[in-house]
Design a protein around this ligand. Structure first.
Ligand code: MG
Length: 280
């Protein structure tokens, strides 16, 4: 039996949908439909940002809730992960939808420069978000955009702010953050093994490094993230037709590395999460 690989699909980021990127789902119904297609292609986690009417990143808790309801209905057992990311959102809004108790939520444990902005995560905000996730029984996905964030996560676990077993995501390829160099991932993995040995991990490559990171993660025993949030093109020339197409690409790659796309039950078991409850 091959090892399951949990495929996360990051369906919508914060970059506005342009005329040449029609596949990026923006409205909640487009997002549910795109998630459903990605689920059928093999994704078992959906990472979501919602947008307002002007396509700006939004903290509208009702939209997050409507999205979650739709996914629970149409994609039984799929793990819903709300983004608490900062682009375009005020700090006090970033956890304002967590009371809807998604299965997971993203949590960056430090600050870093992005291409054109500071991704600011004040220690107090990180702590507040972690506490809210504990309160609502939400499993965080720790976002490691820079090395120090890994040590911050280990320290927070020691303080009881993050529950074991932890799930972390190593992010590469964002200008001004970590470049997609395999040596860095291997170092991070060695540190993870030493500091947080029971953690599971995913890797994400932004832009052109998406596929490369998928391959490294499959080879090194991690899980994979793909989706239009990170890469609206397969390569420099070709636009991805859909989130499902990007998921299908990873699902197909799994076989090359003795892996298979995790089922919902396998994904939940791997992440030590409760089995899905049926939705009426
Ligand atoms: Mg995101």
């Amino acid at each position: 039996m091959t090892e399951p690989c949990i495929i996360t699909v990051a369906i919508t980021g914060s970059v506005p949908r342009k005329e040449d990127t029609p596949a990026v789902p923006v409205t909640v119904s487009e997002q549910i439909e795109s998630t459903h297609e990605a689920f059928e292609a093999g994704a078992t986690i959906v990472h979501v940002h919602v947008r307002d009417e002007q396509q700006r990143p939004s903290s509208d808790a009702d939209k997050f809730a409507a999205f979650q309801d739709g996914v629970r209905k149409h994609c039984p057992g799929m793990i819903v992960q709300f983004s608490t990311g900062g682009r375009g959102r005020a700090a006090e809004e970033r956890g304002s939808m967590l009371h809807h108790r998604p299965d997971m939520a993203s949590l960056a444990t430090g600050s870093v420069n992005f291409p054109n902005m500071i991704y600011e995560n004040h220690p107090e905000l990180v702590r507040e978000l972690a506490e809210r996730m504990l309160e609502y029984g939400i499993k965080p996905e720790i976002e490691i955009f820079d090395l120090a964030m890994l040590y911050a996560a280990a320290r927070m676990a020691g303080e009881g702010l993050l529950k074991a077993p932890m799930h972390v995501q190593f992010v590469f390829g964002l200008k001004n953050a970590l470049p997609p160099r395999r040596e860095i991932l291997e170092f991070e993995l060695a540190e993870l093994k030493e500091l947080i040995p029971d953690a599971t991990w995913t890797a994400a490559g932004i832009g052109r490094s998406q596929l490369e990171l998928n391959r490294w993660a499959l080879e090194l025993g991690g899980h994979c993230r793909t989706g239009l949030e990170d890469n609206i093109r397969f390569d420099k020339s070709r636009l991805a037709a859909s989130n499902a197409e990007l998921v299908a690409r990873v699902a197909e790659l799994c076989g090359e590395y003795g892996r298979h796309p995790a089922s919902v039950a396998e994904a939940r078991k791997t992440l030590s999460m409760a089995p899905a409850t049926a939705v009426a």
